[in-house]
Design a protein around this ligand. Structure first.
Ligand SMILES: NC(=O)c1ccc[n+]([C@@H]2O[C@H](COP(=O)([O-])OP(=O)(O)OC[C@H]3O[C@@H](n4cnc5c(N)ncnc54)[C@H](OP(=O)(O)O)[C@@H]3O)[C@@H](O)[C@H]2O)c1
Length: 271
């Protein structure tokens, strides 16, 4: 059972702390989780929740079964160099959320045939609502099972081929920002037509949640549901078509494609 394993999150920034907060809302104990970063400024906050906190990556690795790498692509090589002597292939599973760094590149820097699983969650993991994409080499099937167990407890998971990891980053990790901007834009529209900012934001966010829930809970198709809202000669179609004349779908698609291209290249120059 992965819930009894000791986990180190190396790089406790935006996504590292979101993973930590999500795991303790699930069945994972903070006393089994080590959080590391170089600056100890916000350690007190994490220590109060019961996490083990340290600036010593190697110490954390030595006391853990699972190591989640959550630093930026530019910081990854320094971390791999730092921890490689403490990595024991028979004991450890390395899980990397670092964009763009391949399994092969991580293993090369660790100079070991350790199990490496790439995991791409999003910040909604903090409230157990992540969409997490997972990939690993075929032989690491047992490690994938453990990764699925951990990340299923904090949202949904899907196993994909490694070559789609950049695309998964764009659609699911960056996607959080894309959908939040859409909700923010809707709320700004709401303010212009008469609502206070806080009312407009709640109204826009709940409407977005309801729309997404129809797809997820009932397996509906978006266009079929749009057809139900668009009365002939009606209000919704006039607003929707105005948005499309201004490139609504096209700009979302272009943004996702651009982000996916960048995700593929972001670590390349560091290797
Ligand atoms: N943010 C997201 O939504 C998201 C989602 C999925 C994947 N990712 C990926 O996750 C990675 C991290 O992204 P982020 O947004 O969380 O970045 P971030 O907020 O900058 O977090 C990186 C953390 O790593 C720490 N760090 C840097 N060097 C370190 C070292 N040598 N040892 C230990 N800790 C170190 C930093 O703290 P100190 O400076 O104090 O060391 C910082 O807390 C990126 O590769 C990103 O692409 C992010």
């Amino acid at each position: 059972m992965s819930v009894n394993k000791t986990i180190s999150i190396i790089g406790c920034g935006n996504i590292g702390s979101a993973i930590a907060n999500g795991l303790i809302k699930s069945d994972y104990k903070p006393s089994n989780i080590f959080l590391t970063k170089r600056k100890s400024d916000d350690f007190e906050e994490f220590a109060k929740l019961g996490f083990n906190v340290t600036t010593d990556n190697k110490k954390a690795v030595k006391q853990s079964d699972i190591i989640i790498l959550a630093v930026t692509p530019q910081q990854l090589n320094v971390v791999l160099e730092d921890i490689k002597s403490a990595i024991k292939p028979k004991k450890h599973i390395v899980m990397s959320v670092v964009s763009g760094a391949s399994i092969k590149q991580i293993k090369k820097h660790l100079e070991k045939e350790v199990s490496v699983v790439r995991v791409m969650p999003n910040t909604a993991i903090a409230i157990q609502e992540s969409m997490t994409c997972i990939c690993a080499d075929e032989k690491d099937i047992e490690s994938v099972k453990i990764a699925k167990e951990i990340f299923d407890s904090v949202g949904k998971t899907i196993q994909i081929n490694e070559e789609l990891m950049g695309a998964a980053t764009a659609l699911c990790a960056c996607g959080t920002a894309f959908f939040l901007r859409a909700v923010r834009a809707a709320s700004q529209g709401g303010i212009e037509i008469g609502f206070h900012a806080n009312e407009a934001l709640t109204m826009a966010a709940q409407t977005a949640k309801g729309a997404a829930s129809m797809l997820l809970k009932e397996g509906k198709h978006p266009e079929r549901e749009i057809d139900k809202v668009t009365t002939p000669k009606g209000i919704t179609i006039s607003g929707l078509n105005q948005m499309e004349h201004n490139g609504f779908s096209s700009s979302m698609i272009k943004g996702i494609v651009t982000a996916a291209e960048k995700a593929q290249k972001i670590y390349a120059n560091n290797d």
